[in-house]
Design a binder for this molecule. Structure first.
Ligand code: ZN
Length: 333
């Protein structure tokens, strides 16, 4: 461990590395390679990855910051209740109590440092350091005693860049799919046919009289939705599918149906009829489907979960893909 002066320690002082994000990226973003360690539980880490290096440096930097903090343990931390600036305790018993509390708090700090140092997150970093020391026969780069960069900040930037990259790819992908769906006036009919062939229980889809119109009937839920496609001038196919509620025979659409309609119309991929039909089908058992967040059917105001959120990882075995959705109460979303 280098003995950097405390001036080099970031002033922010918070340990806020978004660990779960990093771990996710660390594991997704690499061709795994087993570390050069005899340790049987050596984790698979890609040390070529910049993200891996920066996140490890951020962890080391955070540990060093904590070392500086622990240096205040004796005598300042322990004797804090005795500093003259503080109001004198009311009684010797009170002073004893204050001292005891100060000691407990400081010991807890030491324990948390130890568990961080020996924790599973640091393990691969330490074995990497060890293997590098071995490789170089102990001939190490001499530290300047200063951290040249604030790796916590660098790490956040890196994660942000990775996220933007991922979003760009997704946007491009959607653009390709959209162009395909809008390649001809007839593409939507093929989508309706494919959906009908899947025979989704509890849902019937019927082509309407007008061009670009479909009815979706959810028998068990007692709901009928009318779906109409809007076109942009000069572009074939449909630019946006809109959903409206059709009253069941002899009745007007329920409040529940209107809530479902609102959620359907606030979806993403408004051009995508296949996505919309999958989303409508997620309501076939609306009166039996519990909320993924609170696991209940009705919330405190007796509302059923009407919100649907497309799952970020879609099962990939279907081509074209079938979208799946999470069920949520409006109050839980
Ligand atoms: Zn809920």
């Amino acid at each position: 461990m280098s003995t950097a002066p405390s001036a080099s320690v970031p002033a922010s002082g918070t340990s806020s590395a978004p660990n779960s994000d990093v771990t996710k990226l660390e594991h997704s973003n690499q061709n795994s390679q087993v570390l050069g360690s005899e340790n049987s539980d050596a984790q698979q880490v890609n040390w070529e990855s910049e993200l891996q290096l920066v996140s490890s440096l951020a962890k080391l930097q955070e540990l060093e910051r904590k070392v500086h903090e622990l240096r205040q343990f004796l005598p300042e931390g322990l004797l804090e209740p005795l500093v003259p600036e503080k109001p004198a305790p009311d009684s010797p018993a009170q002073l004893r109590n204050d001292l005891e509390q100060a000691t407990r708090a400081r010991l807890a700090g030491v324990e948390s440092f130890q568990s961080l140092w020996r924790g599973t997150e640091m393990k691969p970093v330490w074995s990497h350091v060890e293997s590098r020391i071995k490789e170089s026969n102990g001939d190490l780069i001499q530290p300047t005693g200063m951290w040249e960069k604030d790796y916590d900040v660098l790490l956040k930037e890196l994660i942000k860049t990775e996220k933007t990259k991922k979003e760009d790819i997704e946007r491009e992908q959607e653009q390709i799919e959209r162009s395909k769906a809008q390649s001809s006036d007839g593409e939507w009919q093929a989508i309706v046919e494919r959906f009908t062939q899947r025979d989704v229980p509890g849902m019937r889809v019927v082509k309407g009289q007008d061009p670009f119109s479909v009815s979706a009937v959810l028998a068990k839920a007692g709901m009928i939705f009318s779906i109409k496609g809007l076109q942009e001038p000069g572009v074939p196919g449909v630019s946006e599918w809109q959903v409206s509620s059709e009253p069941p025979p002899g009745r007007s659409p329920s409040k529940l149906q209107h809530a479902v309609q609102d959620c359907l119309n606030s979806r993403t991929r408004k051009w995508d009829l296949a996505f919309l039909l999958d989303m409508v089908s997620s309501y076939v058992d609306i009166k039996q489907t519990t909320c993924v967040k609170c696991n209940r059917l009705a919330d405190n105001s007796a509302q059923l979960p009407t919100i649907r959120r497309v799952q970020s990882t879609q099962p990939s075995q279907n081509n074209p893909p079938i979208f799946t959705f999470d069920t949520l109460h409006l109050s839980c979303a």
